[in-house]
Design a protein around this ligand. Sequence first.
Ligand SMILES: [Zn+2]
Length: 83
Amino acid sequence: MTPSTPSAPKPAAPDLCEPCAGIQRHWRKAPGHAELVQGTHSREDRGNGQASFTRYRCDRCGAAWEYENNKSNQHAGWALLEH
Ligand SMILES: [Zn+2]
């Protein structure tokens, strides 16, 4: 007999799944995870070189990610768009 009170404390951040939460953001060449599904791809000329953007959606928690690939920006990488 166990009283069912599933009262997990709500995190302030959007509840990403574990692999999403583990993604290192805004860091060049940081890896994503296996459950991200690739979406649209686009390119942008940033003046100092081409940047390319790839959208991903997490199959597990539904988070929308964008990965920026830009050789001239060490901080271009994963960014969370929405959840
Ligand atoms: Zn996820």
